[in-house]
Design a protein around this ligand. Structure first.
Ligand code: HEM
Length: 277
């Protein structure tokens, strides 16, 4: 009887320990992602903001496949709006997940949330417009990947908004996290390449210059679906009573922390920092 009780207590201690570990590893992963996204914001503001200040618009086309297209004022305006709002949404999104900010400034949380959702819709619309009128890098298959990303951004944003209105705050947090990851899809896309370069010893196997290689195809859908699957695994482990599930999931998230640091470092060094000079 006593040993049964002791066993139960042991299991409970372990459950608490691994629940804490899961919480810590998920927070670390989130923190690393935010730091990496701030580097992306820095790149957007410094590079594109610098272009606006100096008037060297030709630099846009050195960086982008399509960029500024002569005779396409609407497409060019869409690109400008898209890039300007990319900085706004990437900077404003993470603020929504700060408990301190939410508790102390609930009105800010509400307004930032509304701005976030509206911005997500405008960015997605502008992206879809450019994809439809100019074509996607990598052709039809990659444009389907972009379409999926845009649909998930808008769908999950609506769910986050609806559940907030219904005051279902547990569900709201989950939908908001899903929406956040989908908005971060474009960032994951870049990190994915950084990580792949690192893992393949900078050979870039499966990647082609026109983005039609097997890895390009995988990433065109993977930049939305892989982060989403990882998030669903985290939700599953968090609510699962078996501490082994929490233990292995937190180990997996710890590994992802290392991979994410690697991906961020490579992409920053190869794509973001060199163009800032
Ligand atoms: C809300 C999340 C999004 C953010 C933060 C974002 C951000 C950006 C940024 C920063 C650029 C400039 C790229 C660079 O300098 O490396 C860009 C370009 C672009 N994005 Fe997005 N984007 C998002 C969603 C989308 C979606 C959903 C689509 C398509 C449906 C899309 C399509 C495009 C296109 C077509 C370009 C221009 C590429 C070129 O001209 O070659 N974006 N985006």
């Amino acid at each position: 009887m006593t040993s049964n009780l002791q066993m139960e207590q042991k299991v409970e201690v372990k459950a608490t320990k691994f629940a804490k570990r899961l919480h810590q590893s998920s927070r670390t992963l989130f923190g690393i992602a935010i730091a990496g996204q701030m580097l992306f914001v820095y790149y957007i503001v410094a590079f594109y903001g610098g272009i606006v200040v100096t008037g060297q618009y030709e630099k846009v086309n050195n960086q982008l496949g399509h960029g500024i297209v002569e005779g396409d004022p609407v497409g060019n305006a869409m690109l400008a709006i898209h890039i300007f709002l990319a900085a706004v949404i990437t900077f404003g999104g993470p603020l929504q997940f700060s408990t301190a900010l939410r508790n102390r400034f609930p009105v800010f949380h509400r307004w930032n949330g509304r701005i976030y959702i509206i911005t997500a819709f405008i960015i997605s619309f502008a992206g879809l417009y450019m994809n439809a009128t100019r074509g996607a890098h990598g052709g039809f298959i990659n444009s389907m990947g972009n379409f999926l990303n845009a649909s998930l951004i808008m769908g999950f944003s609506v769910m986050a908004w609806r559940t907030a209105m219904q005051r279902k705050f547990m569900a709201h947090k989950k939908w908001a996290l899903r929406a956040f990851l989908m908005v971060s899809g474009v960032w994951f896309f870049r990190i994915g390449y950084g990580l792949w370069l690192l893992l393949t010893g900078f050979s870039g196997i499966g990647v082609t210059s026109n983005l039609t290689g097997p890895f390009d195809r995988f990433l065109s859908f993977g930049h939305s679906l892989v982060p989403l699957l990882i998030l669903e695994l985290y939700f599953f482990a968090k609510s699962h009573p078996n501490f082994q599930v929490k233990k292995w999931t937190s180990a997996f998230l710890a590994l992802l922390c290392l991979l994410l640091v690697g991906g961020i470092a490579v992409i920053s060094m190869i794509f973001w920092l060199p163009v800032l000079h």
